[in-house]
Write a protein that binds this ligand. Sequence first.
Ligand code: AHR
Length: 493
Amino acid sequence: HQAKLTLDPAFKVAPVRRRTFGTFVEHLGRCVYTGIYEPGHPTADEDGFRRDVLELTRELGVSTVRYPGGNFVSGYRWEDGVGPVESRPRRLDLAWHSTETNEVGVDEFVRWCRKAGVEPMMALNLGTRGLESALDLLEYCNHPSGTALSDQRVANGSKEPHGIRMWCLGNEMDGPWQTGHKTAREYGRLAAETARAMRMVDPSLELVACGSSGSGMPTFGAWEATVLEEAYDVVDYISCHAYYEEKNGDLGSFLACSTNMEYFISSVAATADHVGARLKSRKRIDISFDEWNVWYMSRSRDRQPDWPVAPPLLEDHYHLADAVAFGGLLITLLRNSDRVTAASLAQLVNVIAPIMTEPGGRVWRQTTFHPFAQASRLAAGDVLRVEASSPAYETADYGEVPLLHAVATHSDEGTTVFAVNRSADRPLSLEIDTRALGGVRVVEATTLTDTDVYARNTADDPDRIAPRPNADVEHDPARVLLPPVSWNVIRLA
Ligand code: AHR
């Protein structure tokens, strides 16, 4: 198979957005407890945070972290998680049928963010609660001092305000599974009123309205339109959530799942623009793709019999094909950087995550860690359209899909191509037209692949799947051989 792409610095899409490389920490399973936080672990620091997880979070190149949910947030009382730890209540977590001990709350989370060098992104409970608790949390977090709530934060040990800029107005309120699920009109009104009041405190906040929990939701499209009719003027983003998995052994469709993400993004952008046109607004609503990943949801067992504390939930172990599908999703997010200006990989540790831990023990990188870490480290400057031509293959879910899925970024330091070969059995010879870049050469090519597409990393064999140098490179013209089912990074300078 032969494919070709053309690089030209004039074909700019948008700047690379650092917030594309966000992730998500929910009070769910072992994400917080025995994930980021485990006092007594050999690597725990003075605050009980696992240093091994902090290190890998930095290596992953995370920009923002959404917190504390997810479905969890829709029943959460943030006040339970502040003040002396010994007097914090234990509560039922209806979303995950677990017991929440509240040992970690907003102050601990922000402290962890500072150590990890990431920006916190806070989600509000618009399920069981609403406007007043949102305003209280905002005042607690962001007001310097001199009011009851801000002084409470200071007394709890956080003298400096948390300075949280991005706030999610609820979570997946279109989903019948959500505690306090609402119709689009009910939610749109609540989101608008909450946003308006929050802007009275600080007009510069960045606010995200809930879009659809998936493009297959029965209310998809109508939900976004109604919510934005109510909230257009007072929010900055509408969210998208999407999870993909290989179903019935259909690897071809699975490797093409970014086709659905592409459709999702363009439909939501069109819907938002339609509402904007009707409102005669000059403002544009961006997309926060604040939950995305591969998730074997159909295999999930999310109902616990006896309300355990931090049970192992949603602990997917990713194989090579998962990492390649995942890389394709990342490429799609980058290709849409003009509209998707924030995103959060769901989630960070243990729960459908790139980082896995053993309680009290080892930490390792899942296969999906690598595309994320490489893209976060190497995507720089502007995103370029790559004008690709590629042979296509037939998929059951999406019809004809190109074998090559690619994007490039360009800065003064050089140009990097991120490319996936979706072919299950054939290498793809990729020619790169670099004429517009003038005299550049391939200086590094790596590939993430394996003879067994279902090979995984484990605590005992943590580097089975990792990027390796790709020696199949030719110059003049630049040509790189992409193995079947592979994620590839090609640097030119
Ligand atoms: O990320 C896991 C769950 O997926 C989140 O709690 C929820 O928002 C989504 O359905």
